[in-house]
Design a protein around this ligand. Structure first.
Ligand SMILES: [Mg+2]
Length: 344
C-alpha cells in the first residue's frame, strides 16, 4: 500500500486518518455492501479472500468469458468538487465503470478500487458513496490501494460475467460496438442531457437555478449529474434478446454513437433525440455522462417486447444504421460536431 512520505518529519504526528485505520473502516463498509450479492453465510465466502491480504482471491461466476473494465475519476477533470460531494464522487467512480459492463450486456461481480487523495480528505464519505454503488449493482469491492496525493484520483477496475438468457444461445457473447449492420434500428434507454444540464445548474447560485423548471426538475437534473445509474438490466435484456451492438453514453450521444458506427462500419441517420426536461438539445446531443445505453437491433419489436416483459422503461427509437459509413445526420441535417475529447 502507501510508501512513507520522505518529506514528512517523523517527530510530527501526521494529521488525518492513518492508512490502516482508514482501510479497516472501508473494508467493513464494503463487506456490508457485499450482502447485496451474498445475502447469507460468512463473508468472504469460503475459498475467497478479500481486502487484507496481498491480493484478492475470488471465484469467477458462471462459465463464460470474463468481462473487465477500468476507469479513472480525477477531481477537476471528470468531477467538480464544487458541485459534487465526496460520496457522490465515490458513487460515480464505481458506477461509470460498471456502466461499461452494462454496455457489453454483462453484470459486475468484483471491483478493485484505488484512491489517491490529499491529506484530510474525508475517506468515510468517499467510501460511503463507493459502497452505495457497490450495493446497488451487487458488485463486491475486494481490494485496492490508498495513497496520499496532491489531487483526488479514484480508479476502479471491475470484472463481470454474462448471464445466459431465458432462451440460452450458445456461446453467450457480449454486445460489442462493432456488431451493428446497415438497416439496424437505434434505440436509447432514456432521455439525454440530464447530467450536463445538472452541472450547468449546479454551477449557478442556488437562486438562479429555476429557469430550467421547478424544484423537482432542478433536483432531478442535479441527481442525474451526481448519481448516474448504470443500465445493467437494459444491457442484459438487450443482449439476451437479439440486440446487435451497444455503447454507453459517456462522452456524449453524438460522439459515442459515432464510435459505434465506426466500429461497425455503418452510417447513421438519427432523429427525434429525446432530451430530459430542463436540458437543451445541445446537452442531449453532446452533454455526455448520462450513462444511458445506445442499442442497435435488427428486430425492434423483439427489443421493445423484451423490455416490457422485464418491466423496463420502453427504449426510445432514435434512428437507423445505413450502408454508407461516414454518413451521419440528425433530423436530416449533418450531425453538429461536439462531445468530450481528452487532449494529451
Ligand atoms: Mg463506455
Amino acid at each position: 500500500m502507501q510508501r512513507p512520505n520522505p518529506d514528512e518529519d517523523p517527530a510530527t504526528p501526521p494529521t488525518g486518518t492513518g492508512e490502516f485505520e482508514a482501510i479497516d473502516r472501508l473494508r467493513m463498509r464494503f463487506e456490508a455492501a457485499a450482502r447485496a450479492r451474498f445475502p447469507e453465510g460468512e463473508l468472504p465466502p469460503p475459498g475467497e479472500t478479500w481486502i487484507g491480504d496481498d491480493a484478492a482471491v475470488v471465484t469467477p461466476g458462471g462459465s463464460g468469458p470474463l468481462v473487465m473494465a477500468t476507469d479513472l475519476v480525477v477531481a477537476g477533470v471528470h468531477v467538480d468538487l464544487g458541485v459534487c460531494s465526496l460520496d457522490d464522487v465515490g458513487y460515480k467512480a464505481l458506477m461509470v465503470t460498471v456502466s461499461d459492463l452494462a454496455a457489453m450486456g454483462a453484470r459486475p461481480d468484483y471491483a478493485l478500487v484505488s484512491v489517491a487523495a490529499p491529506r484530510g480528505t474525508d475517506l468515510e464519505a468517499l467510501g460511503e458513496g463507493l459502497a452505495e454503488a457497490a450495493a446497488e449493482t451487487a458488485c463486491v469491492v475486494v481490494g485496492g490501494d490508498l495513497s496520499e496525493g496532491s489531487v483526488l484520483v479514484v480508479s476502479t477496475a471491475v470484472t463481470g460475467t454474462l448471464r445466459p438468457g431465458p432462451v440460452p444461445v450458445a456461446p453467450v457473447a457480449p454486445l460489442l460496438r462493432s456488431g451493428a449492420s446497415p438497416g439496424d434500428h437505434l434505440f436509447v434507454t432514456g432521455p439525454l442531457g440530464g447530467s450536463a444540464a445538472g452541472l450547468r445548474l449546479l454551477r449557478r447560485p442556488p437562486g438562479d437555478r429555476m429557469d430550467s423548471g421547478g424544484p423537482t426538475v432542478v433536483e432531478h437534473l442535479a441527481r442525474a449529474h451526481r448519481r448516474p445509474r448504470a443500465r445493467l438490466d437494459e444491457g442484459e435484456v438487450a443482449r439476451q434478446h437479439g440486440a446487435s451492438a451497444a455503447i454507453d453514453v459517456s462522452d456524449g450521444l453524438v460522439a459515442d454513437v459515432g464510435h459505434l458506427a465506426r466500429a461497425s462500419g455503418v452510417g447513421l441517420r438519427l432523429s427525434d433525440i429525446p432530451a430530459v426536461e430542463g436540458a437543451t438539445v445541445e446537452e442531449a446531443l453532446h452533454g455526455g455522462e448520462d450513462y444511458e445505453l445506445v442499442i442497435t437491433t435488427p428486430d425492434p419489436d423483439r427489443l421493445v417486447a423484451a423490455f416490457e416483459v422485464a418491466g423496463l422503461r420502453a427504449p426510445i427509437p432514435i434512428g437507423r444504421c445505413t450502408d454508407r459509413p461516414g454518413e451521419s445526420t440528425v433530423d436530416g441535417e449533418p450531425t453538429p460536431p461536439g462531445g468530450w475529447l481528452h487532449r494529451f
